[in-house]
Design a protein around this ligand. Sequence first.
Ligand SMILES: *Cc1c(COP(=O)(O)O)cnc(C)c1O
Length: 409
Amino acid sequence: MARLNSNYKKLAAGYLFPEITRRVQNYLKDNPDTQIMKLGIGNTTEPLTPTIIQGLHQGVDKLASIDSYTGYGEYHGELPIRTALQNMYRTYNVNLDPEEFFVSDGAKPDSANLQSIFYTDSIVAVQDPAYPVYVDSNVIAGRSGTFNTEKGLYEGFIYMPCTESNGFFPELPSQKVDLIYLCSPNNPTGAVATKEQLKLFVDYALENQAIIFFDAAYSAFIHDPSLPRSIYEVEGAKKCAIEINSFSKVAGFTGVRLGWAVVPFELKGENIQPGDVNKTWMRRQSTFFNGPSNIVQAGGVAALSDQGQKECNDLVTFYMNNAKLIRKGLDQMGLTIYGGDNAPYVWLKTPNEMTSWEFFDKLLIETHVVGTPGSGFGPSGEGFFRLSAFGHADDIVKAIQSIQENLRI
Ligand SMILES: *Cc1c(COP(=O)(O)O)cnc(C)c1O
C-alpha cells in the first residue's frame, strides 16, 4: 500500500505566504478599488542586463549548429563557469579549486538537498528567524519532533535566537550540534555577520566536528569592505563549512535559475575524511540531477565577466537605493529599524508592541502596503516585520509615502 512520507504532515508552514494572500484577498473583497503596494516579496523586478542577455543569446545560438551543439554536460557545471566562480572568489582572497564548485539550479534546492548526505539523526541548529527551507527540509528528512504551536517551533531542533540584544547574530549553541545553518547577509533580518562573529561559529564547528551550511545568497549586497562576502574569508572555514550562493538576487536570475555550492575537499567530521563530503555530494548530484541548463550557464559566465559584474553592481545599487528610501522614510517617522545597509531587507520593529500579524493588518488597512510578518520566519521574529527593497523605485516611493501619510502610530 502506498503511503505518503508522514513527515510532510508535520510541516506547519505553507502558512506564511498563503496567509498573506488570504488576508489581502479578504481586504480587496470589501475594498475592490484599492491599489495594493507590495513590499513583501523577495523577488527581483528589474530586467536582465545587456551583457547577460547577450550571453544567454550566445548560449541559445550554440545549440543551433551541429558543430557547437551540446547535450548533457557535467553534473556540477561546465569548467568555464566553475573557473569564473573561482576567479570571483580570488577577488576576496579565497582560493578554491574548480572541482570544489557545484553549479546548480539554485540556492534554494541546494540548501534543501545538502542535508540529505548527512546522518538522519544529526542534530540541527538554525538561526531564528530564518529562511524557511532550512527547517522544512530537515522536518521532511525526519530530524524534527512535532510542531509546537504554542511556541511556534519544532521540537528537536536547536533554535538560535537572533534578537535586538545580540544584534541579530546568534550565540553559539550551548550543546553539541551536528549541522548548523547560517545566512549572511540575512534574510529576513538584513543583519550581516562580521568575520569575528563567523570565526566563533567556525571554531565551534571545528571543535565539535560540526558542518556549517553558509547561505551567502545576498553577498553581493555587501558594500562595507570590512564585512566578509564568503565564510572562507575566515580561517579554518574550509574544514567545516559548505557555502551556498546564487545568481538570483545579484543578477536577477530568480526565474532564470542558477546557483552554486562550494564543497571544499578539506571538510572534516566524525567518520569523514578529507574529500569525502565533496565526493558524496557529487554522487548525490550525479544521481538526482543532470546539471544546470547550458543556456543558463552561458548567461552566468556573462554575468561573471568584468562588464557583467559592473552591470550587476549597478543592479545591486539600484535595489540598495530602494532600501535607503525605505530606511529613510521609516526613520523619519521615528520607527525602529534594522538591516537595509548591506542587505536588501529592512527589519522593522513593530510599534507599540504589536504582534507581527497585528501590524500586517494595520499596515494593509491604513496604508495598503503589504509586508511580511516576522513571526512567519520563526518565534524570534515575533514583533518584527520584513520590508523588501526589491521593486520598482516608483512603487517603493509610493509605498513609503503612503506609510508616512496614513499609518497612525
Ligand atoms: C532568495 C534566496 C535564495 C536564492 O534561492 P534560489 O533558489 O537561488 O533562487 C537563497 N537563500 C536565501 C536566504 C534567499 O533569500
